[in-house]
Design a protein around this ligand. Structure first.
Ligand SMILES: [Zn+2]
Ligand SMILES: [Zn+2]
Ligand SMILES: [Zn+2]
Length: 241
């Protein structure tokens, strides 16, 4: 946001919280781990000073979550190492189709991104340094999609159509829930705001952040009318776990 050619109140807003890049999350611990590299990756990295990445983890293979993949080349160039990439087999297959040179050593050129793929399975925990991650299956149209539980303390589900029983069980009592809250109106493959609030209540999340917001949501106006414990996320928001 703003949306190209749109003159709505939110796209014209002077509030910096109404200017949003595509959704992603940076985990800063003993490792720096990025979840999703959307088309804005380069601008996001420059804006927020992301000068180092140890690994990239993917939720799913929609363009708004993967199309900054090529810009990860700069991190490889700075370290001379391959970038560890964690994703479902379906997402890795798509990345390999679109960016074959990142995975095939015979196509490698020195300045290209070089990826080290790691297949993630739903339900299985894996660790990157001291950060443990567990992928959970999330309904999101026809595309296989994961959310991630981060060291048992936070859950990140930027694209989610509904809270399934399996999801509700996995997320029960999560301290921090960061979840899809696309807009006011229902959507076939995303939670709208009322459904996201309902999901947060069902899992008894202590603090919930709504993300993947569109230009139908004015940050200041909507934030005033949210229940306690529910906050709209914004670019640059930092949460201590
Ligand atoms: Zn607009
Ligand atoms: Zn998606
Ligand atoms: Zn998305």
């Amino acid at each position: 946001m703003p949306v190209i050619g749109c003159e709505c109140a939110v796209c014209s807003s002077a509030d910096p919280k109404d200017r949003r890049f595509r959704s992603s999350l940076l985990i800063r611990s003993d490792r720096q781990i990025l979840i999703d590299s959307g088309p804005d990756l380069r601008a996001q990295a420059l804006t927020f000073g992301v000068n180092h990445l140890d690994a990239v983890v993917y939720t799913h293979c929609h363009n708004d979550h993967v199309m900054g993949f090529d810009d990860l080349r700069r991190y490889c160039e700075m370290t001379g190492r391959k970038m560890p990439v964690y994703a479902s087999q379906a997402t890795l297959t798509m990345l390999q189709q679109v960016f074959p040179y990142a995975f095939d050593p015979t196509l490698k050129v020195s300045t290209y991104i070089s990826a080290e793929p790691h297949v993630v399975d739903a339900g299985r925990e894996f660790a990157i340094g001291g950060v443990s991650l567990r992928a959970i299956n999330v309904p999101h149209g026809h595309t296989p999609t994961f959310g991630y539980i981060i060291s048992g303390r936070a859950a990140y589900l930027p694209d989610c159509a509904a809270l399934t029983e399996e999801l509700a069980a996995a997320l029960q009592n999560i301290p921090v829930l960061i979840i899809d809250g696309l807009r006011e109106q229902p959507h076939p493959t995303h939670l709208h705001i009322a459904a996201a609030i309902d999901a947060a209540r069902r899992v008894n999340a202590k603090q919930t952040y709504l993300t993947h917001l569109t230009h139908h949501v004015s940050h200041a106006d909507r934030q005033r009318n949210l229940p306690d414990g529910i906050t709209l996320a914004y670019d640059g928001l930092s949460i201590e776990l």
